[in-house]
Design a protein around this ligand. Structure first.
Ligand SMILES: Nc1ncnc2c1ncn2[C@@H]1O[C@H](COP(=O)(O)OP(=O)(O)OP(=O)(O)O)[C@@H](O)[C@H]1O
Ligand SMILES: [Mg+2]
Length: 272
């Protein structure tokens, strides 16, 4: 019995092994990812940072099961077969159903599940409150700002309660204040549920604030070139954490690493 438990504990939730991906280009194929390896344990919150165009979204699409690639992608030790309800995705370009209202976008995934209608309505109401869109329940996406749409996309993914959250710059379109609210909500959800999270962000502060581990990706073709383990006390309020020496030291280390990759990407682009 014990052996089974131990064995389960050592299988990472996500294993990305030697994943490479190229897209057809005008003349030559564009190599977006080159032999990327990444293992994420159950309950870990991992962020990926790296220069624009280095292949971060590509990696997330491959893990989401939307794009085929060379190499292996395993979830719970098994090769993925396309998208699955175990992986909830928030896309960089928030994909809402234009013909559904805010409430019905959030309810969409739940309607295929086994929950009673009252329970689904309760979840939708709670999330509408969390994303600050009370009063907008019956609006359509075309009536919302970019930031509002992104909040609905996040709520829709959270509503289905997937074991793994794959987030592609989920707060990129939000104003600073809403961004903080949503970061704190994500942190609260993660502390409560210990979901496995892979988040892409350009915001080093956000990555340090939320993650257990930060992976820095190189300029294209993307590879993970450096990892930082983050060991901050998550119960400290953000104001105190952000001004602490430990936070600033980590933030600077990550920032320098990201900057190096961004400079390498600029050089690469200058040559093209
Ligand atoms: N469908 C596609 N066809 C051809 N090339 C693509 C396609 N999608 C992405 N690419 C190219 O692959 C590379 C990686 O793109 P990707 O969107 O993964 O980068 P990213 O790191 O997410 O960038 P950003 O930070 O700007 O979101 C880029 O050079 C991009 O131009
Ligand atoms: Mg991207």
């Amino acid at each position: 019995m014990r052996a089974v438990t131990d064995e389960k504990a050592i299988v990472p939730k996500i294993q990305i092994q030697a994943v490479s991906k190229s897209y057809p280009g005008d003349k030559n194929p564009v190599l977006a990812l080159r032999t990327v390896d990444l293992s994420i344990n159950e309950g870990e919150f991992v962020s990926i940072v790296g220069p624009s165009g280095c292949g971060k979204s590509t990696l997330l699409y491959v893990l989401g099961g939307f794009l085929e690639a060379d190499g292996k992608v395993l979830v719970d030790g098994k090769a993925i077969q396309g998208p699955g309800t175990d992986r909830g995705v928030v896309f960089q370009e928030y994909a809402l159903f234009p013909w559904l209202t805010v409430r019905n976008n959030i309810l969409y995934g739940l309607e295929r599940g086994a929950l009673a209608p009252e329970e689904r309505a309760r979840i939708a109401d709670r999330l509408i409150g969390v994303i600050g869109l009370k009063g907008f329940e019956d609006r359509y996406p075309r009536e919302l700002s970019g930031g509002m749409k992104q909040r609905v996309a996040i709520a829709r993914t959270l509503a289905c309660d997937p074991a793994i959250l794959l987030l592609d710059e989920p707060f990129g379109a939000l104003d600073a204040q809403t961004r903080e609210v949503m970061q704190d909500e994500l942190l609260r959800i993660w502390l409560e549920t210990r979901k496995t999270v892979l988040m892409i962000t350009h915001d080093v502060n956000e990555a340090v604030y939320l993650s257990n581990r930060i992976c820095v990706m190189s300029a294209r073709p993307g590879q993970i070139v450096e990892e930082f383990k983050i060991d901050l006390d998550r119960t400290i309020p953000r104001e105190r954490l952000f001004t602490s020496d430990a936070f600033n030291k980590t933030r600077n280390e990550v920032w320098i690493s990201v900057r190096q990759q961004a400079l390498a990407a600029e050089k690469l682009n200058a040559r093209v």
